[in-house]
Design a protein around this ligand. Structure first.
Ligand code: NDP
Length: 320
């Protein structure tokens, strides 16, 4: 079965054919190849898209993410700059930095790596980024544009979810999409994008009463919760499309064995590193699905690809 052939109904049968694995790495590769071509065209016209990444302090996870973003820029021909102010930087100093980047013609995208130190006013800073350069899609102007169906720089992870569905040939229009999680970064924009693609959307959160009542009715179930294996097999409709956004590090051997019974590969990885990454959906629920995004190698793989796409979109809109 190729990535883009057919819909889920063509894969799943009554006697339970294996669910389809939605390969985020392969889809991210397709998108990056397209972005690289667009960059080539722009550069031939004298425009090199530019991304500035601000990384405050020394949070190890943030350093890994930022390095990976800068590396991908290099691979696709996008100019990148990494600014690394110290942990002690004030909100005012950060605002000056952002204002300088807003004014620069050669910088098309500005990304402030989160989380910021507690003393820095994150909301004020995100709102200070020019909406035209807001490649993370966090500015209220872009959130508003997304809501009103206008062209917008959309948040990368939810945009990645929609790309996975569309490029895998899975129908969205008319389907019941249930999004568990309502953060501004993932849940809310994911719900909005699925609505814009004509799904019937239900958004659930920590105050939802009888969550399983909703998840069991989902044709497309998006889990963006932040709790390992929270969505269990009984909460899933057989044949549903499961989109697992969660990235949770599990360090308890018994829990790993519970989630991945008899999985020698996982056990070996866990023995080597002392941890394994589990999504928000219990991996044992995948067998019940029609298609699912694995963790790792699913939604997470798309986030940087969509950031690159947003940077080129921003360059085109401003200078193209
Ligand atoms: P947040 O913590 O901001 O939001 C979590 C959401 O889950 C909240 O809306 C919360 O509800 C809801 N929730 C929490 N507990 C329950 C519960 N018991 N029942 C129903 N809903 C619940 O997390 P994010 O949205 O930032 O991230 C979600 C997950 O996605 C995390 O695992 C994160 O690591 C991962 N992630 C992955 C990315 C990727 O590239 N793949 C990118 C960004 C995040 P309430 O609003 O009521 O508190």
């Amino acid at each position: 079965m190729t990535m883009s052939s057919g819909t889920i109904e063509s894969v799943r049968t009554e006697d339970g054919v294996s669910p389809r694995i939605l390969d985020g790495v392969a889809i991210a590769g397709e998108i990056k190849a397209e972005v690289a071509l667009e960059v080539q065209e722009l550069r031939a016209r004298g425009i090199t898209p530019g991304l500035a990444v601000i990384l405050v302090g020394e949070v190890p996870a943030s350093q890994i993410y930022v390095r990976s973003k800068v590396k991908t820029c290099g691979e696709l021909g996008i100019h990148s700059e990494m600014l690394t102010p110290p942990e002690s930087i004030t909100t005012e100093e950060m605002l000056e930095l952002v204002a300088e980047l807003n004014a620069r013609e050669d910088i098309d995208g500005i990304l402030i790596q989160l989380p910021l130190p507690a003393h820095v006013d994150t909301k004020r800073l995100l709102e200070a980024v020019s909406p035209a350069k807001d490649v993370d899609g966090f500015h209220p102007v872009n959130a508003g544009r997304l809501q009103s169906g206008q062209p917008a720089l959309a948040p990368c992870t939810p945009a990645g979810i929609v790309e996975i569905l569309k490029r895998s040939g899975l129908a969205i229009a008319g389907k019941h999409a249930v999004v568990v999680g309502r953060s501004d970064i993932v849940g809310k924009p994911a719900a909005m994008m699925l609505l814009n693609a004509s799904a019937t959307v239900t958004v659930c959160h920590s105050r939802t009463v009888d969550l399983a009542r909703f998840t069991r009715d989902a044709d497309i179930l998006v889990a963006a919760i932040g709790r390992a294996g929270f969505v269990t097999a009984e909460m899933v409709k057989p044949g549903a499309v499961l989109i697992d956004v969660g990235i949770n590090r599990v360090t308890d051997a018994a829990e790993v064995e519970r989630f991945f019974p008899g999985d020698a590969g996982r056990a070996a990885g866990f023995a080597k590193r002392g941890s394994t990454v589990v999504g928000d959906i219990d991996p044992r629920a995948f067998a019940r699905s029609g298609a699912y995004t694995p963790v790792p190698g699913g939604v997470g793989a798309l986030t940087i690809a969509m950031l690159m796409k947003n940077t080129v979109t921003a360059a085109r809109a401003r200078r193209g």
